[in-house]
Write a protein that binds this ligand. Structure first.
Ligand SMILES: NC(=O)c1ccc[n+]([C@@H]2O[C@H](COP(=O)([O-])OP(=O)(O)OC[C@H]3O[C@@H](n4cnc5c(N)ncnc54)[C@H](OP(=O)(O)O)[C@@H]3O)[C@@H](O)[C@H]2O)c1
Length: 330
């Protein structure tokens, strides 16, 4: 790989704008091209962020030999087909969460990347946020003793338009895949894959989970109590409890900038841990480092974690009775 990594972005929507702003801050990263289904939109996005090229189709971007890595920022159901096509064109890929609609899709994406010796990573920015690194360091130091349980929620009042991504079933709508994935990830990071899962959901008129409540049980008895919502705002905080105290990850806990430890004797310590840009800077830096070092996966967000994550989401969906069209193609 060259020292300066040429990035391409497909699906220049809401998240792509925030990502592009951070891409401009990363050393050795250059936004080279942008593709939209609408050529004019691609042109205007490219002009806004100083990209050299714009394309009226995603495939045209994949075909450009100057592009080293593609960031896939389309709605969930298009992650799998776009990732596969990008890999077939020899591109490294950073793909938004959820990586695929189900474990079958993610398994095929990973197999394709491995077959072609190409870099592939889920854009799970939480893992690279300095606040998450601090959390892992604190847990390793044993400051709250042995971990016992975690509570975490992520809820927001999403766009009520049934045709928009958040509620539209054909676009992978629903709270679990959109934001429930973050509390689920936190529990996997702390306790690994749960042994038992109980979950209940309330469904919207569009047939997706407006609210999803989950209870995970782990091999050593640790519990995770998790919630997600796209029909009401909730605090979006996480509390981690151990035998010697607790850790609060302040809102929004999935990109924490403040962490408070409370010991059993009531003493408290708060850490303020800022991140760079919109927070996407750190995952972009990770991809650049991996590519410069010839790696095909990130140690911090390895394929195995993405597989565990999507398999756990599949199990929750079976519990609540939520299936998408993509599940029929398994
Ligand atoms: N990491 C994070 O913090 C974060 C935050 C928000 C979202 N996300 C993830 O990023 C992905 C995109 O979310 P978003 O909120 O940015 O979505 P969005 O703005 O609704 O859509 C993104 C782009 O996808 C493209 N697209 C392709 N096929 C489409 C279709 N059939 N219908 C609608 N759009 C289509 C459109 O671009 P063109 O038409 O221009 O090609 C659109 O601008 C989701 O999977 C979501 O989970 C991640």
């Amino acid at each position: 790989m060259p020292n300066t990594i040429n990035w391409g972005i497909i699906g220049p929507g809401r998240i792509a704008h925030k990502f592009a702003q951070d891409l401009l801050l990363v050393k050795d990263a250059r936004l080279y091209g942008v593709a939209s289904r609408d050529e004019e939109k691609a042109r205007s996005f490219a002009a806004q962020y100083g990209a050299e090229k714009s394309y009226g189709s995603y495939e045209a971007l994949f075909r450009d030999p100057a592009i080293d890595v593609v960031y896939i920022a389309t709605p969930h159901p298009f992650h799998y087909p776009s990732t596969m096509l990008a890999l077939e064109h020899g591109k490294a890929v950073l793909c938004e969460k959820p990586f695929g609609m189900n474990a079958g899709e993610v398994e095929r994406m990973i197999a394709e990347a491995r077959k072609r010796h190409l870099f592939l990573m889920e854009a799970f920015w939480t893992r690279f946020i300095p606040g998450t690194e601090k959390l892992l360091e604190l847990l390793k130091s044993g400051v709250i003793g042995e971990l016992q349980f975690v509570t975490a929620d992520f809820g927001f009042f999403g766009d009520p338009d049934p045709n928009k991504r958040v509620l539209n079933k054909a676009l992978g709508g629903g709270s679990l895949l959109d934001v429930g994935i973050y509390p689920v990830y936190l529990s996997l990071l702390l306790f690994g894959v749960p042994v038992n899962i109980s979950a209940m959901a309330s469904f919207t008129e569009t047939g997706v989970d407006g609210v999803c409540s989950m209870l995970f049980n782990h091999a050593e008895g640790q519990k995770a109590i998790l919630h997600s919502s796209v029909i009401a705002d909730t605090p979006t905080e996480a509390m981690i409890y151990g035998t010697e105290g607790s850790i609060k990850m302040h809102t929004r806990f999935h990109h924490p900038q403040r962490i408070t430890i409370t010991k059993n004797d009531g003493t408290q310590e708060t850490f303020d841990i800022p991140y760079t840009g919109n927070g996407y800077f750190h995952e972009i830096e990770e991809v650049v480092n991996c590519l410069q070092n010839g790696l095909t996966e990130s140690e911090k967000m390895p394929h195995s974690m993405s597989l565990d994550l999507i398999a756990t989401l599949d199990r929750v969906r079976r519990e609540i009775g939520l299936a998408y069209l993509e599940d029929e193609k398994k």
